[in-house]
Design a protein around this ligand. Sequence first.
Ligand code: GLP
Length: 256
Amino acid sequence: MEIVIVESPEQAGALVADAISELVTRTPTMVLGLATGSSASPVYRALGSRSASFARARAFLLDEYIGLPPGHPQSYRAVINREVESLLDFGNDAVQGPDVHADDLLAACDAYETAIADAGGIDLQLLGIGTDGHIGFNEPTSSLGSRTRIKTLTDQTRRDNARFFDSLAEVPRHVVTQGIGTILEARHLVMLAFGAAKAEAVAAAVEGPITARVPATALQLHPRATIVIDEEAAIRLQLAQYYRETWSGKPPWQGI
Ligand code: GLP
């Protein structure tokens, strides 16, 4: 894994936005995996100030709440609409999320897997990390081979995400998320994490043993995983100095 320790979320956003801009310029039909949450926002803001065109690109959301009415401002679909689609020139229907309003939710999960596969798979998947080590909404003990499916959120995740709602009671209990197996099929994973609250989860993900107890440890199985974190999120890493000294200053996807 490549561990990149930066000074601020803005620096991380600029770095990852540069990489995505380069990728979409080189491959205009690229497929981007979108994460929702505050960690990915600096990337979207930075991309909005770049000139790269996404007119021929496609994108897939990582996950979505079940039970919010269509258009609810905290549905991940609405967040991505505000943070990504309003800034970038994606075509109509080029950005897809799981259909959590389908009558047959299980069939909708399978259809989402098929849609990703039919698009040729995801070229670059953005990820955040939950304080409990989740990726997407794959909570602890999710199978490392899991596919898109319905999950129940832990109390910790609901409390963490309550800041986006008026009250804890409003945070949905159920979600649809790409599985860990689905995420691992993306050709490049880029995880972002900022702040001391993420330090323990980041250390477990990067330096801990691979375990379903910490879903983000699955990134250790991926041949191209880049972790972009600030100094606070890096405080529990035993090899932080080694990562600082060995990072080339150039993301590995450039020039490959
Ligand atoms: C949610 C999302 C995750 C995200 C996590 C962290 O649970 N489903 O994809 O990684 O929040 O969010 P934040 O970046 O806001 O800390």
